[in-house]
Design a protein around this ligand. Structure first.
Ligand SMILES: C[S@@+](CC[C@H](N)C(=O)[O-])C[C@H]1O[C@@H](n2cnc3c(N)ncnc32)[C@H](O)[C@@H]1O
Length: 235
C-alpha cells in the first residue's frame, strides 16, 4: 500500500533519511576507541524498514559491526511483521537487532541518556500525545544525541498543494478500498496528515522539549509532502 500510495517514493525518502544520518562509528575515522557502535532506537518502527537500512548503512558504509537498533512499536502485529522480515536479513538472530512492544509516550524500559540516535518515521502523526513522546525522546537520548523524525508535512507550493490534496483525498481512500478492502483507515490516514502540525509548528515543539535545532530545523522532501526534522540534545 505504501508503494502504491507514494508511487514508491517512500523508499527513496527512507534511503535519504538513513544516508543523511550516517549511522555507525567508523573504526578508521572515529576518535573514540572506548565506545563501539551507536545505540539506535527506532520508534514506531514495526516493520523494520528503517532499522534494516540503519544496520546496512553502519555495516557497509562505516565498517561498523557493533551499531545496534532497537525497534519499538505499540502494535504487536507490526512487530511480528518486522521479526518475520528480519529473517530475510543478516540481523535476524544477531544482538544488533531487537524488537520491543512500547508506547512512545512512556518508554520506562529505556534508561535515561542511553541512546545515540532516536528515529521515528511516519509514526508520530499517530501518537495521542506528541509532546510527551518528544519529551521521552529527550530523556532517553545521551547528551549530543540526535532526534530525527520523518513525517508527512505541508506542501509549500499552492499549485502543487492543490494537485496533491486532490490526489490524497480522492485517490488514496479509493486505493485503500480496492487494494486493502479498507477505505476508512486510508481516509483516516489523509485526515491525520492534514491535521499534523506545519514544519515550523513541529520544529517549535522539538525546541520546546529542550532540543537544539540545526539551521531552520527541517528538510522538505518532494516539495514538503514529507519533511525530516532534527533536534540535538545539548551536550
Ligand atoms: C505508518 S507505520 C510506520 C512504520 C515504519 N516506521 C515505516 O516508516 O514504515 C506507523 C506505526 O506507528 C505505530 N504507533 C502508533 N502509535 C504508537 C505509539 N504511541 N507508540 C509506538 N508506536 C506507535 C503503529 O503501530 C505503526 O506501526
Amino acid at each position: 500500500m505504501n508503494d502504491l500510495m507514494s508511487l514508491g517514493i517512500h523508499r527513496l525518502w527512507k534511503d535519504h533519511f538513513v544516508r543523511n544520518l550516517n549511522p555507525g562509528r567508523n573504526p578508521l575515522t572515529s576518535s573514540s576507541s572506548s565506545e563501539k557502535g551507536w545505540n539506535i532506537l527506532d520508534i514506531a518502527g514495526g516493520t523494520g524498514d528503517i532499522a534494516f537500512r540503519m544496520l546496512d548503512h553502519a555495516s557497509t558504509i562505516n565498517n561498523d559491526a557493533h551499531t545496534k537498533v532497537t525497534v519499538a512499536d505499540i502494535n504487536p502485529d507490526m512487530l511480528a511483521e518486522g521479526r518475520k522480515r528480519a529473517l530475510e536479513t543478516p540481523y535476524a538472530r544477531s544482538p544488533r537487532l531487537d524488537f520491543i512492544e512500547a508506547n512512545a509516550e512512556k518508554l520506562d524500559m529505556i534508561p535515561d541518556a542511553s541512546i545515540d540516535l532516536y528515529t521515528v518515521a511516519f509514526g508520530i502523526r499517530n501518537f495521542t500525545h506528541k509532546e510527551a513522546a518528544i519529551r521521552e525522546a529527550y530523556r532517553v537520548l545521551k547528551p549530543g544525541g540526535v532526534f530525527a523524525c520523518m513525517e508527512f508535512s505541508k506542501v509549500n507550493n499552492s499549485l502543487f498543494d492543490a494537485v496533491y490534496k486532490r490526489w490524497s483525498f480522492s485517490a488514496i481512500p479509493l486505493i485503500g478500498q480496492v487494494v486493502a478492502g479498507d477505505r476508512d483507515s486510508y481516509q483516516y490516514l489523509v485526515e491525520s496528515i492534514e491535521r499534523f502540525p506545519s514544519q515550523t509548528e513541529f520544529r517549535d515543539m522539538i525546541k520546546d522539549a529542550g532540543f537544539l535545532v540545526p539551521g531552520q530545523g527541517w528538510e522538505d522532501l518532494t516539495g514538503g509532502i514529507a519533511a525530516i526534522h532534527k533536534g540535538v540534545k545539548p551536550a
